[in-house]
Design a protein around this ligand. Structure first.
Ligand SMILES: Cc1cc2nc3c(=O)[nH]c(=O)nc-3n(C[C@H](O)[C@H](O)[C@H](O)COP(=O)(O)O)c2cc1C
Length: 187
């Protein structure tokens, strides 16, 4: 199974990087697959540890894809790293093996410590819409615009029926990027 998470890593100077990543779950452990070039990859190679944050605030996902990477953090418990303050749960992990690949290496990570920070409050369709739309705008250069627009129209149905403020704000950021791209490519 692939879970959509936020991965926090640090470089050797202690600067934290926040990135949405779909990670592969392998029992208690995880495989992270960053596309090169990747700050997440560089940080894992430098410091060997990171945090997998389970987060239902979709503003972090949409924000990271639209230039808003500054989210509140707190110290991890067992590693030298940072946890998202809004994470419902998190896993502190250590890099144990790399399977090299020119495009997308596999980072095999072992879980050292897991923490439940707050209760999971159930599924929400608008959150799904925001995640899917965030992935679409990360592929603007790769997918035909017509396909992106038809998928956005479908995702808008769940959004309009079920969104709260966080989901609406995230959707606005994504639409701004899409509209700017359309203006640029149509002009
Ligand atoms: C839900 C979601 C899942 C993503 N999963 C991945 C992933 O598995 N690998 C990846 O390289 N980028 C993924 N991305 C895009 C990255 O978050 C984005 O490109 C980011 O800048 C990664 O590069 P970095 O490590 O340099 O920050 C995902 C984005 C979203 C919204």
């Amino acid at each position: 199974m692939i879970q959509e998470t936020i991965v926090t890593t640090q470089n050797s100077q202690g600067i934290t990087h926040i990135a949405p990543m779909g990670i592969h779950v392998d029992g208690e452990n995880f495989i992270i697959l960053p596309f090169r070039p990747s700050t997440t990859l560089n940080n894992f190679l430098e410091t060997k540890v990171g945090v997998i944050n389970y987060c239902d605030d979709v503003r972090v996902f949409a924000g990271c894809l639209t230039g808003r990477r500054d989210w509140p953090l707190k110290p991890a418990q067992e590693i030298s790293g940072k946890v998202l303050e809004c994470a419902l749960a998190h896993a502190e992990v250590e890099l144990i093996r790399i399977e090299e690949d020119a495009t997308r290496p596999k980072l095999f990570c072992k879980t050292l410590h897991t923490v439940n920070n707050a209760p999971f409050k159930g599924f929400n369709r608008a959150q799904f819409s925001v995640l899917e739309a965030a992935i679409l705008i990360s592929r603007l250069e790769l997918l035909p615009l017509q396909k992106i627009e038809s998928e956005i129209e479908y995702l808008r149905i769940g959004l309009e029926k079920t969104a709260g403020e966080r989901e609406l704000e995230s959707w606005g950021w994504i639409m701004e990027v899409l509209n700017n791209y359309k203006r640029k490519t149509v002009a």
